[in-house]
Write a protein that binds this ligand. Sequence first.
Ligand SMILES: *Cc1c(COP(=O)(O)O)cnc(C)c1O
Length: 449
Amino acid sequence: MSPAPSDLAMLGGAPAVPRGLPAPRWPVVTDADEAAVLDVLRDGALTSVGRGDNEVARLEREWAAYCGVGHAVATSNGTTALALALAALGVGPGDEVVVPALSFVASALAPTHVGAVPVFADIDPEHYLVDPAAVRAAVTPRTAAIMPVHLHGLPADMAELTAVAGGHGLAVVEDAAQAHGARYRDTPVGGLGDLGVFSLNASKNLPTCGEGGLITTDRPELGRRALLLRQFGEDLNTDERAYVSATAGFNAKLSAVQAAFTRSQLARFEATAAGRERAVRRFLDRLGALPGLVPPRALADRTHAWHLLRFRIDPAAAGLDVPAPRLRAALQRALRAEGVPVGPYQVAPLPAQPLFADGGGWRPAFPPVPVLDPAATPVAARTIEETFVLQKVHLDPGNDGLLDRYATAAEKVWEHLTVLAEYADRMEYRPPWARPAGRRVRPVAEGAR
Ligand SMILES: *Cc1c(COP(=O)(O)O)cnc(C)c1O
């Protein structure tokens, strides 16, 4: 006997996940983390100026060793780390950087921060990673670098991508902001390209208590350049700080407090990741049994850091004849009402962000302007319409039983799949990037004119 439609919380039933449970928290802050931060405050060495040994330098050594590379440079956040990595390579005005059409906006902003132009390559529909064939097609005589993103924790196809780069003499910068500890053919991410970039933002798998970033490289010259670009372009080969700037650098230093917190988290990173792996696998086993729900998968030659989980809705696999974007929207609404906070990750392909699409506040130093249309990268657009994600904060093994509750709620929603398919057919629908009138973001430059 199938339950009555009114069981659905969306239609007035009781939610499957009881309201008022404690909100999941990330990062988990232990006594050891607090003590590490206090030690820095009491010690007084708060910044990473120069070459002296301090918490920042210790974090750099530990992270370089973890990634199996010779050098790591800590920065103020992941976005500055991306820009510094590009700047260390000498990427600047006149250059193009190939980036995926689906990523966090920082992947596309970083090239603009050094005066270069991001050129967008579409993704593959199964793992949502940049498609090497699309990267190859995006290469022009102006291309200086390609920036694969290990999206959601799964490493990109680095063998294919380094082959494309090698064939054209291009540098590779890995955006590993979501993939700390993931491995591709047994090599940790961050050690696969010329440089690797990590975010230590509090939301990421290896967090700090705020903002931070890390650059990795096995090439001493790039490590040295990243280090001096981090600090005003200063010559750091003096025992006492000389205040001599050889190049136009940034101030992108990490504070010692942030470094100490991350070192403390790093000490139990492997154990946390293993616990998350077990919790996520159990969750995905249950959700993978629901017809028409396609869970994320690891691949045989790489591990998945499970930063967040993206699910695709495939109506045909459930025997339903309703457009996937509509069914996704209906299921998302039903799941949220049950207390499962799934939602979009990115509401538009990167080239359709107002920044690029409306010329908002950013003008490339030279043509061409990137293509400005969701249809230009159709797989990224379709992915955004046909998928939803569960964010990282819910995946921590310390959130006792939360994923099991979510799975039970999803199983309840799936009992009403035919009702929800009818609802999906009738509901008002617009793609996530169709911003409702009046909510258009006004570019800064427009306001200044
Ligand atoms: C978070 C993130 C960044 C930027 O990192 P911040 O530390 O927030 O500046 C860059 N790329 C990707 C893919 C990210 O998820």
